[in-house]
Design a protein around this ligand. Structure first.
Ligand SMILES: *Cc1c(COP(=O)(O)O)cnc(C)c1O
Length: 382
């Protein structure tokens, strides 16, 4: 079965009881038992709910995986993964990791004895040196947020497996439509389903997908024991959004490419970051492991910090807001918004300048997105 057919049919069978074509929302905290411990597979919604199971089935299928566990958020999914570890374990990660993941390791899990190490994944021998320290897990993101760096997922998984390190790929930016890390050797794929998978900026959620049944059991246990469960309604909304993921991603990627091509030739542009441009330093690896390059474009302008802030506040179609991956276009200033939790020295070390602007190209018509930035830039043209 092809991607969009799977997205519409797997885990989304008509309701057996009533024939409702779309599975209903099971807003219930608990379930009737015929006799103590005799039930139909569900006993309490913190532990499970049909809306979780439906979405898990669809997401596992779309990532070419066997099992999925849904969580309350992307960071809930990270917490679920950390529940597989214990005091004294090390976790290594790409140095350009999502700000919230950086923060949860450095400010929360460090207090529970989990050591967090960062490495530049462009340097495979540095990656191997880190693997020799035997971290339990390696967190990879490709493309990264907001610099859109690409790591060679297959090569890194090979190195990790030599040292028995499990690889987690945060696939939020690429989505299962454009990239399937399990096929490239990853042990776990995670998503913030808040972004492209939900796709409509109306729900927060997360998921971990794996082929390992023992890990699936432990993730379900961690979710239940810690209380990392999502709401049934949120999962129903996510299932609704997921059906059009393929169609949306085609339009996001087309818009991002048109937008990048316009900006790379604009006199006020210093640098455009988009893995779909042939001048992107990792374009060849991106082409090898991705079917498309998604909808995020980051840009440095030849403007002062104050001018940059003025520019992004004056856009009419791009809304200034955190988050990304929704149908509407959003613009973000990482240094003061999404990535403010990373200290300035750390940000500069990885190349995240204070003037960088991140655009999440929505599914509007690309001409309107280009007009919006073109008009906003006119104010600064000399
Ligand atoms: C947003 C995001 C997260 C965190 O997800 P939440 O749903 O906000 O908790 C994790 N990783 C990436 C790449 C993200 O963009």
């Amino acid at each position: 079965m092809k991607f969009t057919t799977k997205a519409i049919h797997i885990g989304q069978k008509p309701d057996k009881e009533t024939g409702a074509v779309i599975p209903p929302i099971y807003m219930t905290s608990t379930y009737m038992q015929e006799a103590p411990s005799q039930h139909k597979g569900y006993d309490y919604t913190r532990a499970g709910n049909p809306n979780f199971s439906n979405l898990e089935e669809t997401l596992a299928a779309l990532e070419n995986g066997k099992f999925a566990t849904v969580f309350s958020s992307g960071l809930g999914a990270v917490t679920g993964l950390v529940s597989l570890l214990k005091h004294g374990d090390k976790v290594a990660a790409v140095n350009d990791i999502y700000g919230g993941t950086y923060r949860i390791f450095n400010r929360v899990f460090v207090n529970f004895g989990i050591e967090f190490i960062n490495v530049d994944t462009a340097n495979l021998s540095a990656v191997e040196e880190v693997m020799k320290q035997k971290p339990k897990m390696f967190f990879l993101e490709s493309p990264t947020n907001p610099l859109l760096k690409i790591s060679d997922i297959e090569a890194i998984c090979k190195i990790a497996h030599k040292y028995d390190v499990k690889v987690v790929v945060d696939n939020t930016f690429a989505t299962p439509y454009f990239q399937n890390p399990l096929d490239l050797g990853a042990d776990f794929v995670m998503h913030s389903t808040t972004k492209y998978i939900g796709g409509h900026s109306d729900v927060i959620g997360g998921v971990v997908i794996t082929n390992d049944s023992e890990m699936k059991e432990k993730l379900d246990f961690g979710r239940m024991a810690i209380g990392l469960n999502p709401s049934p309604f949120d999962n129903w909304l996510t299932s609704r959004g997921l059906k059009t993921l393929g169609l949306r991603m085609e339009q996001h990627a087309k818009n991002a490419l048109e937008f990048s091509n316009f900006l790379k030739n604009h006199p006020l542009t210093e640098k455009v970051f988009y893995p779909g441009l042939s001048e992107h330093p990792n374009h060849e690896i991106a082409k090898k492991q991705m079917k498309g390059f998604s909808g995020i474009v980051s840009v440095e302008f030849k403007l002062s910090l104050e001018e940059t802030k003025k520019l992004i506040s004056s856009l009419k179609i791009f809304t200034l807001a955190e988050s990304l991956g929704g149908i509407e276009s959003l613009v973000d200033h990482p240094a003061s918004m999404t990535h403010a939790s990373i200290p300035k020295e750390e940000r500069e070390k990885i190349g995240l300048k204070d003037g960088l602007v991140r655009f999440s190209c929505g599914i509007e018509e690309h001409e309107d997105l280009i007009n919006d930035i073109e008009n906003a830039l006119k104010v600064f043209s000399k």
